[in-house]
Design a binder for this molecule. Structure first.
Ligand SMILES: Cc1ncc(C[n+]2csc(CCOP(=O)(O)OP(=O)(O)O)c2C)c(N)n1
Ligand code: SF4
Ligand SMILES: [Mg+2]
Length: 415
């Protein structure tokens, strides 16, 4: 590795949560998985949870590779079994926060049975589902979420199956937290993951994202930026929406937001309750009585609230957010400022949550649009401009947008 590359990797704001030694990653240019990983890493830092008590489990697929890039304990397990393995991890050590990060094919196709039963049980897991409407890793086959009429390698004349709406499926199965975003809504993705990391029970976060190489190319939908713009223009934020109204039609409007956030005893809480009934107050799980575990949980919550307050204070002073266990270098600076806030966890939590909440309610429509107008579109136009510098005939051909090129190509049959 050249010194320059080494410096670049070490200087990355994600160097402490992602395995920079494994970069560059395998994902294609324009693929949405990278930005989701970034949102996830950011959410972990912001949540204040102890990264040493976090486990990431992935199945097989392009998204399944996430487990190999995170700097936490992680398992890249077999196809469709991520939730089963994650459930085992959580039951073996309830003190861990267990996150499943996988593709829609892995989770809702081959792993569909595990998905619905984990939701039904309100199993204490955070599930992040990258939904790119295709089996990316294996060549672009149709999946349980591929929109009707879309082309896949296994449906070259258009998909004639009816897809799942994952939020509806999860709602019907019993999930207690359900959100859907797209990969253009990175701040919302971060916010939802952060919320999910700090709650009990089954949380499901779907992120619609472009598979540039297979889904977009095969359906002649342009490149990653075109799709981000499509998401920007065709998403409707509807918090609390009826999940029956979240179906996705081919290139149609996509309803996004936080649809469900409710309290119900989680699997572990329900199983504890049952055991106490049988055994009485002497009941112990992993060598600890319920009051002992509750006291530990309370103390951990207070530690998290204090960490969040410290990070909020550090951020306000313009410092980068660093997870608790890797804060050695900046610990001295952080200690000074938030002493007061950290002393009152409630106030501290409030202070830490506020700025993020603001971003979620205000950012999606305005901020993202501005980003497109001010950065991405001019960059694309500039690129087209460079191409125009070529001789006239070539310039005319080259300055056509990807969409125009797609139009000129042979059309597929649609209903
Ligand atoms: C038991 C088994 N069946 C099939 C496969 C082949 N396989 C590997 S990844 C994959 C699809 C993954 O799709 P998805 O979960 O949507 O992830 P993506 O690649 O789109 O991120 C399949 C079918 C496998 N590895 N194991
Ligand atoms: S094949 Fe598709 S899902 Fe896989 S890395 Fe490439 S763009 Fe992403
Ligand atoms: Mg997929």
């Amino acid at each position: 590795m050249s010194t320059e590359l080494g410096k670049f990797k070490a200087g990355s704001p994600m160097a402490d949560v992602l395995r920079m030694d494994r970069m560059p990653h395998i994902w294609c240019p324009g693929c949405g998985i990278g930005s989701e990983v970034n949102s996830f890493a950011d959410a972990v830092k912001r949540s204040g949870i102890d990264p040493k008590k976090l486990v990431v489990v992935s199945g097989i697929g392009c998204t399944g590779r996430v487990a190999g890039y995170v700097n936490f304990d992680s398992i890249h397990t077999t196809h469709g079994r991520a939730i089963a393995v994650a459930t085992g991890v959580k039951l073996a050590n309830p003190e861990l926060t267990v996150v499943v990060f996988s593709g829609e094919g892995d989770l809702a196709g081959i792993g569909g049975n595990h998905l619905i039963h984990a939701a039904r049980r309100n199993m204490d897991l955070v599930v992040i589902c990258n939904n790119n409407f295709t089996y990316g890793m294996t060549g672009g086959q149709v999946t349980p979420t591929t929109p009707n009429s879309a082309i896949a390698s296994t449906t070259p004349y258009g998909n004639y199956e009816y897809p799942f709406s994952l939020p509806f499926l999860m709602d019907a199965a019993g999930a207690t937290y359900i959100a859907r975003w797209t990969s253009v809504h990175s701040r919302n993705v971060t916010q939802s993951i952060e919320e999910a990391l700090l709650r009990k029970g089954f949380s499901f976060i779907e992120v619609i994202s472009p598979c540039t190489t297979l889904y977009l190319r095969r359906n002649r939908l342009g490149d990653g930026v075109d799709m981000l713009q499509h998401y920007q223009e065709n998403t409707i934020i509807k918090h609390g929406a009826d999940t029956r109204e979240t179906a996705i039609d081919y290139q149609g409007k996509i309803v996004i937001g936080k649809f469900v956030d409710k309290n119900k005893p989680s699997y572990l809480e329900a199983s504890d309750k049952c055991s106490i009934k049988l055994v009485g107050d002497d009941y112990q799980l992993y060598g600890k009585t319920i009051p002992e575990r509750e006291a530990e949980e309370k103390a951990e919550k207070e530690r998290i609230a204090a960490r969040r307050a410290a990070m909020a204070a550090a951020e306000a002073q313009g410092e980068a957010i660093v997870p608790a266990t890797t804060r050695k270098a900046s610990a001295a600076k952080v200690k000074k400022a938030p002493a007061k806030a950290a002393a009152t966890p409630k106030a501290a939590k409030k202070a830490a949550v506020k700025p993020v909440k603001k971003a979620v309610t205000k950012a999606p429509a305005k901020a993202a649009k501005t980003k497109f107008q001010s950065k991405i579109m001019p960059a694309k136009q500039a690129l087209a401009g460079t191409k125009k510098a070529a001789p006239k005939a070539a310039a005319q051909a080259k300055s056509k947008s990807t969409k125009a090129v797609a139009k000129a190509a042979p059309k597929k049959t649609r209903k």
